[in-house]
Ligand binder design. Structure first.
Ligand SMILES: [Zn+2]
Length: 266
């Protein structure tokens, strides 16, 4: 039974993934999410339901549009696979619970933020601001771990979120201004600073810096590998958002384990 439900949530996640692709395609261009319905970018032919089955249509059609044979981009497929695996994993880890709903929501949000940043080097205010508002509401119901938890009534989970957001914002704002001073170019953007504040709202004061550090280390590692493989040149910047997204997902999934580990070190 558990196995069947895990597969069901994998399919559900990949269906959500195909909606996330619509968001990723259209939000940076300021287009409506609902209209027009999905169509081939090359020939504009509207797609029928059998062209829109997540993951499987792509494999079945062998990366070609059914109508004009133009090749279909790879990213939508990987977003569908990624969100399918993510949803299955969250279900397997948390069962059908409040945590499942919250982490699945944040996972979807950070996939959209990360992939848009990867493709456009943009972190959109129209995603970050509403997401921050939703994160504050979620903080009320599922408080992120904080410093004064034992003394705070549940409603003040919001305090943990706001402190976390402030820490994230201040920390990355300082890093941004210092790097602007030293390198005279924007290694990271002001969008990353706002994203750090959002991450603080989501992860709370105890985990926000850990998450930002993990994102920076991941980004640096990948940057070095891309340099060594000569895929990127030294002057080229790589966007920070995708790594922040991955780090945030890791914190959401394993944050309490990480916290127990490093509080155990004190
Ligand atoms: Zn086509």
């Amino acid at each position: 039974m558990e196995v069947i439900l895990t597969v069901v949530f994998a399919l559900f996640g990949s269906a959500i993934g195909s909606f996330l692709n619509v968001c990723i395609d259209r939000l940076p261009l300021g287009k409506s999410l609902l209209y027009p319905p999905s169509h081939c970018d090359a020939c504009q032919h509207p797609l029928s339901p059998k062209d829109l089955i997540p993951v499987f249509s792509y494999l079945w059609l062998r990366r070609r549009c059914r109508y004009c044979q133009a090749s279909i981009p790879r990213r939508p497929f990987w977003v569908e696979v990624g969100s399918g695996l993510l949803f299955a994993f969250i279900y397997w880890h948390y069962g059908l619970s409040v945590e499942f709903a919250v982490i699945a929501f944040y996972g979807s949000l950070f996939i959209v933020l990360g992939v848009i940043d990867l493709e456009h080097k943009l972190i959109l205010n129209k995603i970050v601001y509403p997401a921050a508002a939703v994160a504050l509401i979620i903080d009320v119901f599922l408080p992120p771990p904080g410093i004064f938890d034992a003394y705070l009534p549940w409603l003040l989970g919001i305090v943990n979120g706001v402190i976390g957001g402030a820490i994230g914002f201040v920390f990355l704002a300082i890093t941004y201004l210092v790097s602007l001073r030293i390198y005279k170019q924007e290694g990271m953007g002001w969008g990353d600073v706002k994203m750090a504040a959002l991450i603080g709202l989501v992860t709370g004061p105890l985990l926000v810096l850990f998450t930002l550090a993990m994102g920076a280390i991941l980004g640096a590692l990948v940057g070095v590998i891309l340099l060594l493989l000569k895929i990127k040149k030294r002057k080229e910047t790589i966007p920070f958002g995708p790594f922040l997204s991955l780090a945030t997902m890791a914190t959401l999934l394993w944050g309490s384990d990480i916290l127990n580990w490093y509080l155990g070190l004190l």
